[in-house]
Design a protein around this ligand. Sequence first.
Ligand code: KIV
Length: 271
Amino acid sequence: MSIHKEVKRVTAHTLQWMKQHGEKISMLTAYDYSMAGIFDDANIDVLLVGDSASNVMAGNETTLPITLDQMIYHASSVIRAISRCMVVVDLPFGSYQGNSKEALNSAIRIMKETGAHAIKLEGGEEVLESIKRIISAGVPVMGHLGLTPQSINKFGTYSVRAKEEAEAAALIKNAHLLEEAGCFSLVLEKIPATLGKQVAEELKIPVIGIGAGMHVDGQVLVMHDMLGITKDFSPRFLRRYLNLYEQIKEATEHYIADVKAKEFPNEQEQY
Ligand code: KIV
């Protein structure tokens, strides 16, 4: 049995312990009660109520449109389902970039109204003051560097980040700043594996990757990608563990056919 299953409640301390003992951290996104309950029963370590809800739940092209109220709705649904894993909630675009007071108010709303355990926000030096203020109010913060989808309009593409030396050096500097500011962990998105390895080795806090290679301290995937519900998104880093798109479509076609053929419901399926 792996060590993590013995943990009754995953906390920031548990994740730190896992890094120190070489146990990889498993993290998935979740946005609703039913899926969160299944992931928690499967012993996932961390659930992220990601602002990717804007894409996979609401059908927006980017993560920018989702609101703080919508994130609170998703996070509350997830929290009601779980008993073991740690739940981290993204601060959505526009809820923290203005100033540190706005950032603190948004973080407090999430903690108060959802019962989540921590928040995540994107960026380095430019959001450091906000991060410090949120942490000093007692809210654990997860950082996010590399590909930061809330800045898509600044970069223009979702391509691999920090391939050039200058961008890699800036990422390493920002990673250290986030650790010094008190972040309990850091997500690195879509960067070269060698850089992911370097950051994970240099930082004491757990580094969780999505497209950041095998040497980081844990992995996160968007649940719709991992389960094969999305079908047109196939970056190199994605491993699909199911092909739910096809399975759900086939089941739906079967149901429709049964209804049309008057084969559902049958004698036993009625009162
Ligand atoms: O919103 C999200 O799903 C995320 C992950 C990609 C890390 O931030």
